[in-house]
Design a protein. Structure first.
Lengths: 385, 161
């Protein structure tokens, strides 16, 4: 069967083969996991079970159940002072992944350019490509703690022959853990407003911000009308498998996204929606407890990596560190393969997150302290130290 | 709760070095804090949680919860009689509770006879004990926050974005 060119052109590359190798290997200590090692808190799982017992197995409104939308809106108001109308400015999505796809498809015309800081989450480029747009990657560096600068945005907008439509940003970021303070966001907002860009802001790791309070992009003065705010339950509540999230934004863009969503997805699963409602109602304590645990592991892993000569900055959020492996003289993919085969430790080569990320690896510390300790000992041993 | 205690509550095997790495405190400071907790009795003991149901040795293990009604005494209330009861090594826990009885006593023994014998000969005849109701434990599901059923830990993928 002939596959569409657009799909054929999506990059699988050497990373795919490496992933398959890891997935099929037994007894690996994995620091390659992009999800919490906690199981969903029991009260949330129990709610999901209860709704199934009660027979809640139908479709819901395309936009998501009104109760859940109201709860999200209420939560955003309380937590961040952010106001959205529950019926017009929010859409319940099948995880942030779907929200991202909808947002991009809702705003991108063929050939439109979207700025994406690199290293970036793996789906950003392909989602823009699939929508017929063109991703423009802006390389961030360890010297600037992997943060995008307003000059980079400004220069890209001046350089581009075509108009740049928007910026796709994720903070705290997968894979670098980089995040932005309110002051830093204000500075980005200055040039964003100047060039009238739409911001698609993926803030799925927001509750895992360690060194300062997380600031949603939409709360920066004058930005709300230009921001599509994406978030969900996967990381804060350890609910990855439920596939549930939300998108908030100006009514016209939410209406456009809802239009695509109703034809392609119909609605998010009712079980997940009801579990998510429970998470918002009484899950805040769980999120804080998990955050404290991650914060401790972050402290350990950053010190441990620097100690064995893998230079690593202390990321502000998420559960990843992004150390440089330059001192080993190896390519990221070779390093990852050798480490896996010789010491049975899995991690993700930086090149998975962009061509400019050679020389780095992503280490997830969503793993128990015992595992982290053992993995560090093995890496140290592998490096001959 | 202090972070040091939070860590040790989850895993008492954590060394002062481990705790220091996780909290960013110096090893010396952690050691000092732990010693202080031990000295002033905040940290009582370091123990291992064992699921006796899974042990294959011959010595079985019986545990009973006993509701004890007592007559409080002038000036000392329940304390002095409680002290007489919890002094027995068979008594693993002893709580003063509100409700229809006064003391909840947890007694352990190698078999039913030993526990029954303790109640009949030691606990029930005690002066000021007005009555006891004994509940033998049939199955332990969860203890001190630990679910005792060996769980099939959920499978996450070895690697994911």
């Amino acid at each position: 069967m002939e596959i569409a060119k657009r799909v054929q052109q999506l990059a699988p590359s050497g990373i795919r083969a490496f992933f398959d190798l890891v997935l099929n290997m037994k007894d690996v200590i994995s620091l390659g996991v992009g999800e919490p090692d906690f199981v969903t808190p029991w009260h949330i799982r129990e709610k999901a079970i209860y709704t199934l017992e009660k027979g809640y197995t139908s479709y819901t409104s395309n936009k998501g159940m009104p109760e859940l939308r109201k709860h999200v809106v209420h939560f955003l108001k309380n937590r961040h002072g952010l106001s959205y109308h529950y019926d017009e400015e929010i859409l319940i999505t099948v995880g942030v992944s779907e929200g991202l796809d909808l947002a991009v498809r809702a705003i991108v015309n063929p050939g439109d350019q979207i700025l994406i800081p690199e290293p970036s989450y793996v789906s950003y480029g392909p989602v823009v490509d699939l929508a017929g747009g063109k991703p423009v990657f802006l390389k961030t560096t360890i010297e600037n703690r992997f943060k995008l600068t307003s000059e980079q945005i400004d220069q890209a907008c001046k350089r581009g022959s075509r108009k740049i439509k928007g910026l796709l940003i994720n903070y705290p970021a997968n894979p670098t853990g980089a995040s932005y303070t309110k002051a830093e966001l204000k500075e980005l907002a200055r040039v964003i407003k100047k060039h009238n860009l739409i911001v698609i802001s993926d803030e799925i790791y927001d509750e895992l911000t360690f060194d300062f309070d997380h600031t949603p992009f939409a709360t920066i003065e004058g930005m709300k009308k230009q921001v599509i705010y994406l978030n969900g339950f996967s990381k804060a509540y350890a609910m990855t498998g439920f596939r549930i999230g939300w998108a908030c934004g100006p009514r016209e863009v939410i209406a456009a996204m809802t239009k695509i969503h109703q034809y392609t997805m119909l609605c998010a699963s009712i079980t997940a929606q009801m579990a998510a409602e429970e998470a918002l109602k009484s899950g805040f304590r769980d999120t804080q407890e998990m955050k404290r645990e991650y914060a401790r592991r972050r402290r350990y892993i950053v010190d441990a990596l620097n100690e064995i000569g893998l230079t690593c900055h202390k990321p502000e959020g998420a559960f990843y560190v992004f150390p440089s492996i330059e001192s080993t003289g190896q390519k990221a993919l070779d390093f990852a393969k050798n480490l896996l085969q010789k010491k049975k430790v899995a991690l993700v080569p930086g090149v998975a997150f962009g061509s400019s990320c050679e020389g780095y690896v992503r280490i997830s510390y969503a793993s128990s302290y015992d595992n982290l300790k053992e993995a560090m000992a093995r890496i140290k041993n592998y490096l001959g130290k | 709760m202090d972070e040091i205690l939070e860590i040790l509550t989850k895993d008492a095997r954590m060394t002062a070095e481990d705790v220091a790495k996780l909290t960013g405190k110096s090893v010396g400071a952690v050691k000092k804090a732990i010693q202080q907790y031990e000295k002033n009795g905040v940290i009582v003991q370091y123990k291992t949680v064992i699921n006796h149901d899974l042990m294959r040795d011959t010595n079985s293990f019986v545990r009973a919860l006993i509701e004890v009604n007592i007559t409080p005494q002038k000036n000392v209330g329940f304390d002095s009689i409680a002290e007489r009861i919890y002094g027995f090594p068979e008594v693993k826990s002893c709580y003063l509770v509100s409700g229809t009885y006064d003391l909840l006593v947890v007694v352990e023994g190698e078999n039913i006879q030993m526990v029954a014998n303790f109640i009949a000969s030691k606990l029930a005849p005690m002066e000021n004990v007005r009555g006891t109701t004994t509940h033998f434990l049939l199955k332990k599901y969860k203890e001190d926050g630990h679910i005792l059923k060996k769980s099939n830990h959920r499978k996450t993928l070895n690697i994911s974005y």
